[in-house]
Design a protein around this ligand. Structure first.
Ligand code: SF4
Length: 157
């Protein structure tokens, strides 16, 4: 099964400051379960490295995502969508907590609530954050969601 994963989680230096967020356990788990991990970084594709860190804020009814003085909310969604569309045989996505793009709940200033990061908003494949896979129950649950998605896809073809 093919699963996209935040590139920084695999140790690639793609964060805004060139750092990474490597999680060592994830590759072993993927290998044991016949999962091919494909690293992706929408922010690197859109803004390069290094870049200004993205800050999200509520402005009236609208959420804005600022990279320095550039507003990139829609561009981040478009970039995420095109990355996902490059993989029609995709079964899922594993992101990084708190990232405006790869986190399942990203902070928004002046909102009083979080929102899903762009990679989670624009897809219907199963998604999670890498931290949710640190315990057996989380891994089993995500694996079941991946398998269910794959079976549904095969049935609908
Ligand atoms: S956009 Fe995603 S992959 Fe790129 S640095 Fe942020 S969390 Fe990592």
């Amino acid at each position: 099964m093919k699963v996209l994963i935040s590139s920084c989680v695999l140790g690639n230096p793609v964060r805004w400051n060139g750092a990474n967020k490597k999680s060592d356990f994830i590759q072993d788990w993927a290998q044991d379960n016949n999962i091919t991990l494909i690293p992706v970084c929408p922010e690197q594709r859109l803004l390069g490295v290094p870049r200004r860190p993205i800050r999200m804020t509520q402005n009236g009814p609208v959420v804005e995502a600022w990279a320095g003085d550039e507003e990139v909310y829609d561009s981040l969604e478009d970039t995420s969508r095109s990355i996902l569309n490059e993989h029609p045989d995709l079964c899922g996505f594993i992101g990084l907590a708190n990232s405006p793009t790869c986190g399942m709940s990203a902070g928004v200033r002046k909102r009083g609530a979080t929102i899903r990061g762009a990679m989670h908003r624009v897809t219907d494949v199963p998604t999670c954050e890498v931290n949710q896979l640190r315990d057996e129950r989380g891994r089993e649950s995500f694996l079941n969601r991946l398998k269910k998605h794959r079976s549904n896809k095969i049935m609908n073809e």
